[in-house]
Design a protein around this ligand. Structure first.
Ligand SMILES: NC(=O)c1ccc[n+]([C@@H]2O[C@H](COP(=O)([O-])OP(=O)(O)OC[C@H]3O[C@@H](n4cnc5c(N)ncnc54)[C@H](OP(=O)(O)O)[C@@H]3O)[C@@H](O)[C@H]2O)c1
Length: 207
């Protein structure tokens, strides 16, 4: 698939490279012309402006800091109409132990409200960037939870999560992003307050 990455940082940059290795065509959007050239050097990868990435992708990955996300998406909204938008953002407060938004909504739902004509799927937000390159733990894949309102969009994201090496689990509609985003607080607590480190990952067990 043609995937436009908005924010080629720890999340977007790493996932773009993983998807490129799986044969997807990646366009990294960045504010930096130098970084755009650097990102264009790999197979199936090119780089340019955010606007060009938004035009290129059938699927768009949003990997920007929370405070940068609304202004960026507002500026690109017409280009993203009808597209699948993967939102991995967390509205983290500076203390990293709370969220900047009330529990009655979520970053995923807010992103959907800013992009009413796009199909937003929440995914990857509770996965540490350090886990992305190695999601396999002794032949057990870490879980890639996702949720969204559009069944066709979720089917596409399900496959992209599998392509990146995680076990995709559909959590339901986009209101479930409230729980997925709260899981990030648990992740941060375990990783950095309980000193388990950033390479821990969530796994859903079922029988
Ligand atoms: N890091 C994690 O482990 C992790 C895990 C799950 C979810 N998340 C979420 O994923 C999102 C990205 O996190 P990250 O750790 O990947 O961040 P990051 O490494 O800092 O990358 C964010 C990217 O966003 C772009 N950016 C920064 N400020 C911007 C602005 N004002 N306007 C437009 N673009 C801007 C930058 O790209 P350019 O400079 O190239 O334009 C940067 O590479 C956040 O919402 C975070 O909560 C992070």
């Amino acid at each position: 698939m043609n995937i436009g990455i908005l924010g080629a940082g720890r999340m977007g940059g790493t996932l773009g490279k993983l998807w490129a290795k799986k044969g997807h065509e990646i366009f990294f959007g960045t504010r930096s012309p130098e970084k755009a050239i650097e990102l264009s050097s790999g197979v199936n990868m090119r780089g340019g402006s955010y606007e060009d990435a938004a035009k290129f992708g059938e699927v768009i990955f949003v990997g920007t800091p929370w405070e940068a996300t609304k202004p960026l998406l507002d500026s690109l909204e017409p280009l993203l109409a009808g597209k699948v938008v993967i939102d991995c953002t967390n509205a983290l407060a500076p203390d990293y132990v709370s969220l900047l938004i009330p529990a009655t909504t979520s970053a995923g739902e807010l992103v959907q409200s800013w992009l009413p004509k796009s199909h937003v799927v929440k995914a990857y937000n509770s996965i540490g960037s350090g886990v992305l390159p190695a999601p396999d733990y002794n032949n057990t894949k870490a879980t890639g939870f996702y949720c969204g309102n559009d069944a066709a969009a979720k089917k596409i994201v399900h496959q992209l999560i599998a392509d990146s090496g995680f076990e995709p689990i559909d959590c339901g509609d986009l209101t479930q992003a409230r729980h997925l985003e709260a899981m990030t607080l648990l992740f941060l607590n375990l990783a950095f307050k309980q000193n388990m480190g950033g390479k821990i990952a969530f796994k859903l067990l079922a029988r």
